[in-house]
Design a protein around this ligand. Structure first.
Ligand code: AAL
Length: 404
């Protein structure tokens, strides 16, 4: 069976083909055991000793979809050369996906200079995070390793504009001979409780010039309530929706005749959640690339994750879920861009992946992750871009594959 068809049928399996029989006699005594009907093939696949005695682990295993190893990968990283090699005093981070135009790879990223002061310094002059006081820059490369920085693509807005403080964490979409950059925006002053929005810019060439949307295309939900008189983002009377504080890491994918804007939500009064931050993902959908984008009533569509990394596969959308929440370090897939199921667990993933859209359309579920860009915290203050590669995990002896 072709891999793509296999994925679809396995998804159907995952959605619930497990047959539960009635309790019969056991209900007359004590209904604590559900009787599970299993096939000889399942006995063989899961190495079950005696099908009359199923442990909790085996019962969970019987609910797993029966896919193979095709979604399981591991990553390695290397330094970049040329202008994107690490530069002291400069922040380059959160790379976009890679596209290729006239034989050259293009990437966009957040760039700022100078140290980070945090929230205690003078708010008028300080830089509160490495991604504060950023502009969006871009670079090109023939081979994806040696890069030439071409200059600024989209700068911060004029004083008073919604994007006057920082524009950062950008993604690229190519559609109908046009190029679209979507990115995070912050308006001054950058205080702890500042809301973050999403902006959009478009151009007929990847080299610009870029026209910016006059208003943000996405904003946080407006239904949380801060405790007055405090400055902390944790002090809330009401948290509001999962995205009541910030909408982050936007990425637009043309899908099923519409435009799906995936994003990370941060919540007012954010708590720790399953050993990570309380981070969830949402999607907003539009008929046109410029919007209006309407948040899906199914949000949140992931209760884990961090930076958005999504790609089209097999008439559906795949997502790399990293960093936070109980489903971190998984790859998921959804037939409709909304209802995602876990397809694999991975050891860990590089930060803020900019995947490789030039590899779209192949038959490999993780093909667009074969190589691309990521960022590395060289110090807390300065980050640089790096290259990642990934391999399917198909054999024993995995360490040898990566020269360990
Ligand atoms: C990243 C992203 C967003 C955040 C910051 C810069 O990991 O989630 O971009 O705002 O950190």
């Amino acid at each position: 069976m072709k891999l793509k068809n296999l994925t679809k049928s396995l998804f159907a399996v995952a959605m619930g083909s497990l047959v539960l029989t009635g309790c019969g006699d056991c209900c007359k005594k004590k209904c604590t055991e559900e009787k599970v009907e299993i096939t000889d093939a399942q006995v063989e696949r899961y190495g079950i000793t005696n099908k009359e005695y199923l442990s909790a682990a085996t019962k969970r295993a019987l609910k797993w979809p029966e896919y193979g190893n095709e979604w399981f990968i591991r990553f390695t990283q290397e330094e970049l050369k040329g202008d994107l090699a690490y530069e002291e005093g400069v922040v380059r981070r959160d790379p976009s996906a890679l596209i290729q135009v006239n034989g050259k790879y293009y990437v966009w990223y957040s760039k700022s200079v100078g140290p980070t002061d945090g929230f205690d310094a003078d708010i008028e002059t300080s830089k509160v995070f490495p991604w504060d006081r950023c502009d969006i820059w871009y670079a090109t490369s023939e081979d994806g390793i040696t890069w030439k920085e071409e200059g600024m693509a989209v700068g911060r807005g004029e004083k008073g504009a919604y994007d006057d403080r920082s524009v950062f964490t950008v993604e690229i979409m190519q559609w109908d001979s046009m190029y679209y950059l979507c990115y995070q925006t912050v308006k001054s002053p950058y205080v702890e409780r500042v809301k973050n929005q999403v902006g959009l810019a478009w151009a007929s060439s990847p080299d610009g010039p870029w026209t910016k949307s006059e208003e943000p295309i996405l904003s946080p939900a407006d239904n949380g309530i801060w405790i007055e008189g405090k400055i902390s983002r944790f002090a809330v009377e009401k948290k509001g929706d999962f995205d009541s504080h910030k909408v982050h890491d936007p990425c637009i994918i043309p899908f099923k005749g519409k435009f799906y804007l995936y994003y990370k939500g941060e919540r007012m009064g954010e708590e720790m959640y399953f050993g990570g931050r309380e981070i969830r993902h949402g999607v907003a959908i539009a008929d046109n690339p410029k919007g209006p984008y309407v948040k899906s009533p199914y949000n949140p569509i992931s209760n884990s994750g961090h930076e958005i990394c999504v790609w089209k596969y097999n008439d559906g959308i795949a997502a790399l879920i990293t960093t936070d929440g109980p489903e971190r370090n998984t790859i998921q897939w959804s037939p409709d861009g909304i209802n995602f199921e876990i397809m694999s667990h991975i050891p860990s993933a590089p930060h803020a992946i900019g995947l490789n859209r030039t590899l779209e359309g192949n038959d490999d579920p993780t093909g667009q992750l074969r190589w691309g860009l990521t960022h590395e915290y060289v110090t807390d203050e300065y980050q640089c871009l790096r290259r990642f590669t990934s391999k399917r995990k198909e054999r024993h002896g995995n360490f040898a594959d990566f020269g360990h």
